[in-house]
Each structure stands twice: as structure tokens, then as C-alpha cells.
Design a protein around this ligand. Sequence first.
Ligand code: GCB
Length: 595
Amino acid sequence: MLRPSANTSRDRRRLDGLWRFAVDHDGVGREEQWWKAPLPGRTEVAVPASYNDLFADSSVRDHVGDVWYQTSVHVPAAWGGQRIVLRFDAATHRAVVWVGDAQVAEHEGGYTPFEADVTEVVAVGEENRITVVVDNRLSWESVPPGYVEQTPDGPRQRYYHDFFNYSGLHRPVWLHTTPPAHISDITVVPGIEGTTGTVGYEIAASSEAEGLTSHVMLRDAEGREVARSAGTSGTLVVDQVHPWQPGEGYLYRLEAQLQDSTGTPVDAYSLDVGIRTVEVRGNEFLINGEPFYFTGFGMHEDHSVRGKGHDDASMVHDFALLDWIGANSLRTSHYPYAEEVLDYADRHGIVVIDETAAVGMNLGLAGGIMNAETKKTFSEETIGEATQRTHLQAIRELVARDKNHPSVVLWSVANEPESDTEASREYFEPLFTATRELDPSRPVGFVNVMLAPVDKCLVSDLADVIMVNRYYGWYVNPGDLANAERALEDELTGWADRHGKPIIITEYGADTVAGLHSVVAQPWTEEYQVEFLEMYHRVFDRIPAVVGEQVWNFADFATAAGFARVQGNKKGVFTRERHPKAAAFSLRKRWRKDI
Ligand code: GCB
């Protein structure tokens, strides 16, 4: 599925803005067919945004179930004869879409795009009503999982992950066109040998394109042609290649065309391409054959008021802070981020660990802390075959969406699942296999939890890279950094010895209330966060297999209520408003080589 584009053969419109909105408190909208008329009430909502925090109303914020969105769009008469497509970059967690009275799409999974060919349904040259119902319930079959508890006061959504269940239309909505005979997908796989770059390409086209020929041309960043080829697949060869590199996101542009027998273009699509290699060799992580050391953060798409809604201004600012602090990488914890984020990372040379929304698959933990749960994590009553099917589909959609981004160097199939039981291994083995089949060009891993240390974890040997989240000095040995240092070093040494693979510490951090200070470093103070991180860095520097450090978290973020959460998780190095805590300055000293 290619993203909407505007060029000589295609056009696009963003449908963002204010939409009509109704919370289906009584769960009657589907039965009453709310898509057939203007939605009840006068409420409006911003798209893209989470709806939860837009209103001063807990019955909206904590609503469990359906909410309805509706807008009207004029479809230009000039679009007649084109294929018209309605696309949602995301609807969290599932949606059904109608144009007028006709259902056109249904999608499960809150963080990947979906689209519908609405050519036969829209009235060209007229206003068309678009209605979407978005269901935010998490179940044992969804990714991430959860369950709805019935209480005397109504349903309550329960889940095991540590971020607020923001919901709604979080990303742009598009109406766009392609010619009926069109390019439907492009896959590129870059390579480098010495000073020569290669771009393996494959072009998929719609059935109407039979008889047309595919042509591709590669231009450098200055627009000069550097290679061309014909046919639906092949390899472009680039002499004196300018590689895509961390810190310098050099991009070529692939221009693909479908041409008829007279050489006239019928459809065209352009794609940015970074030429780089990624390889795990021994305990090193190599980009373009050079050892790469990850610095940066696990992040969240999280802002006050708009929740998980994508916003370019906030994104640019977050990247500016990453640059300021000297971060060269991020993990899309704990779900695929907006595609704009990956585009930006491509252009600016930020390295990305791309994660699915499989988080909270560990009933021994809830909201980041130990949980007295009697249910088994992996079972037919909880996370079972149905969940695995959803998970597999989420991996397929993630790889399909992000396969061409040079910034993405590693797939993370899950965050902190239970991984010390036979059942967990049975669950994950096919998912690793499938991910490698879908993309043989990138390493695959998952993020290990502290409850499954090196001698207990039964899943890590399936991974190319060991990713671990550790909280010595916080959840274990709180306030005792001397003991924490020994325990951390012992454990990381154990991982290095056992697997001989590169290790990335994908989370380490301490909750810190900005403005809280103490002369003798105490948990929750800014001083403690600084000393905590410095202790981890001493240990990392003593273990050669450690190839990366990503602090938890970039910024404070919203969570479900909990006695260890002070208006959310406070492990940010920046506050939720993106103001630096003391730790930001100490990380900057470590990570920026130029100051
Ligand atoms: C973790 C989770 C992350 C939590 C964090 C915490 O291990 O991966 O989602 O927010 O711990 O702060 O407890």
C-alpha cells in the first residue's frame, strides 16, 4: 500500500480538521445505523488527535467502546475516471468506515494504515458523507491485549501496559486518486559493495496495468540521474555511492513509472531511498560495515491535550531536542509511530528500532510494576492463537508500511512479553520466522523483561540482537545504586557470555519529578536521576557487547492511574512540556562529542 501522492497522475486531499463526534455511551449507534444521518449532538472533535483529553469530561476520557466521527467532503469533478481511495493513517484500535450509506472498510489494529477503494461509492463533483466508528476496547484477541471489567458503575478497561489508552483518529485521513492502472507497491532493498551501491527493486501493479511496462530511474539528492532500469524487478547500480548514514540521512529518489506501448506514462510514483547496509556480526551492530552505538530513547507519541494525535510542530521539536541532546536513535516504543516520524528520521539520519504494538503480554506486570495476577499469560483463555493471528497481521502491516525506510534498522516484535515459559516460546517462534520471511534484510529482536533474566529467558536465542529493559536502582534496589551497579554488571555480563550477540539496553530510567531536589540523591529527585544514569553508563562502558543505550523515557507521559504514577510516568528526561530535567544536561555531555 503506497502513501497518497500528488503528481501528474495522482492527486490527494487531507481530510483533517474538525469532524462531528459522538460518544456512543449506550452502545446503540451500530444498531441505529448512525452512519445514515448526521451524528446526534453538536460535539466536534479535532482530527488528528486522541479524543480523550479534548473535553473536560471523565465520561469521554474513560469511555469504553465506540465513538463516532463524521465529516463531509466535496469530491472534485476533475477526479472522475480516476480510482478514488479513502485512507486512514491510523484508527486506534479498530474501525468501520462508511461513505454515504455504504460500508467501505473495516480494520483491526490501532497504529497501521488502511484504505478503501471508494471509486464506485463516492459521488464525484458532490458532497460525500464519511462516517467512522472507532472502538477502543482491548481484549484478549487484540494487540495490545486487555480486558473489559464490568463494574457496578459500568465497564472499565484494564490493560497491562504502562501508557494511557488514548484512542481515536490519531493520524491524517486522506482522499486520494490513482489512475485505474496503477503502481500498487514498491519494495526496495539497498546494498553496498566497496564504493558501489545497489538498489534492488520490485514493483507491483494493479490488474488493469497488464500490458504496461515498468520503468525506474534513480536520482541523487541534487536531482541528477544516476541509474535507470526497466521491468517489474531488477537492481539499480550506483557508482561512487553516497550512503545513508546515521547523522546524515542522504537520500536518493526512485522515480517509478508505468508506460504504455508508446512510452507515455500512465502512472508515476516517487520514493525516497537511502542506500545503507545493516548487519549483526558477532557482538557488533554494523551500519555500512561500521560498528554503530545507539544513543537515545524509548519514546511515546504523547502530548497534553492531543494525546497520541500526530502533529508536525511537536514532531519537529522532539527531533530538535534529540539533536540537542546528542541522541542518534529512538525506539518506537510501544507501537508503530506516524509515518511522518520515519520520513523525518530518514531525512535526518536518525536510527530507528521499529516496534509492533505487542506490549503488556505479561500478566505478571501491570503498568510497569509487579502484578499479583492468577491468570496465565499465554493460554486459550488469555493470550492465545487468536492473539497470535492478530499479532502476525500487525507484523505484516508494520513491515509492509516501513520496509522502505532506511532509518529502520531493527524490528522489535514485542516489548517485555513473558518469555520464560514454554508457552511463550511456542507463541513467539512462528512470529520471528514470519518477520524474517517478510523482511530478510533486517535483524529481528524483542525486548526482554527483568522477570526473565539470562538463565530463564527461553526466547532470546531467537533474536539477532539482545534488547533488555532494566531497572536496578528503581524497581530493584531502589535508592541503593551501589548494589544496583553490581547486579546490573553481573546480569549484562551474563547476557554477553551466554549469547555472544550485541546488547542494547532499550530501557533504564528513574521516575523524577521536575523541581524535586536533594543534596544526597534520593529517588524521585533530579539528582537521583542523574546519578542513576551515570551508574548505568559506567557499567555499559565496561561491557564490550553493549552497543546501545536508550534511556526510558524521552519525556514524561500519561498512564492509567496507579499509586506509583504521579499524573503519569515521570521517567522522562524532559517533562511532558519538553522542559529539560537535570539529567538532560548530563546525557548531553555524554552523547555529544562536539561540546
Ligand atoms: C517498562 C515498560 C515501560 C514502562 C516502564 C516503567 O519496563 O517497558 O512501558 O513505562 O517499564 O517506567 O515502568
